[in-house]
Write a protein that binds this ligand. Structure first.
Ligand SMILES: [Zn+2]
Length: 228
């Protein structure tokens, strides 16, 4: 895994994303990087989503040379921006998938100001779709590390979060974030990942793609008819 400072000299910031499925060791990898920044005596600030105590994770990171930093719970991107100190050289944000889309602009701003920003979070929700701001963060980051867990069904690398409600796969229509629910999660591979749905099968997906192509043709004809 990466430890390196990508750019040398003042004023060069960047974004590094540590992402992947649940149970893949994202937070541990983020902590490892933060610890090394502390050893290097960098000024470090760590934030984490305060969404749900179940995702509490790390609260304090300390290094062998006695430096330590508390992970500050934040409810939204504005709180990150308000608490970001101009002298901080390294920022870390854990469970970033739970924050609002504004976190992308905040993280970009911090990197533009010259800070190294380490972001950790789940890439896909239980449906296998981009989780919150994560899709855009993956696009704008300088480096991306995708970690895997092990599929509990077949033992292959797991990339998907299987949500189970009373032991059964949760339906596609269930909300992405279910605070205080009684569901459980498993790491699974693409093949073993199950998202049952009454409305979204392969036929409806093909229909949707067909409708999209038709729409594109109509637009082209209209633009041809339009006078120059
Ligand atoms: Zn599997």
């Amino acid at each position: 895994m990466r430890d390196i400072a990508l750019y040398h000299g003042e004023g060069h910031g960047w974004i590094e994303v540590v992402t992947g499925v649940m149970f893949s060791g994202k937070s541990e990898e983020m902590i490892r990087r933060v610890r090394r920044a502390l050893i290097a005596r960098r000024r470090v600030q760590v934030f984490k989503s305060a969404l749900d105590v179940r995702y509490a994770g790390v609260m304090r990171i300390s290094s062998h040379n006695g430096a330590e930093v508390d992970a500050v719970p934040v409810r939204n991107s504005r709180e990150v921006l308000e608490q970001a100190h101009p002298d901080t050289r390294v920022f870390a944000v854990d469970e970033v998938q739970f924050l609002d889309e504004g976190i992308v602009d905040v993280i970009q701003l911090l990197a533009d100001r010259g800070a190294r920003v380490i972001v950790a979070g789940i890439d896909m929700d239980f449906r296998g779709e981009p989780f919150g701001p994560m899709g855009r963060l993956l696009a704008v980051a300088e480096t991306v590390d995708k970690l895997h867990a092990i599929c509990v069904r077949c033992g292959n690398p797991a990339t998907r979060n299987q949500r189970l409600v009373n032991g059964e796969p949760a339906p596609y229509e269930a909300p992405v974030i279910q605070v205080g629910g009684h569901e459980a999660y498993e790491a699974r591979c693409r093949r073993c990942h199950e998202v049952p749905s009454a409305t979204r099968d392969q036929t409806s997906l093909l229909d949707a793609l067909g409708a999209g192509a038709e729409h594109a043709v109509v637009l082209t004809h209209e633009s041809l008819r339009r006078p120059a």
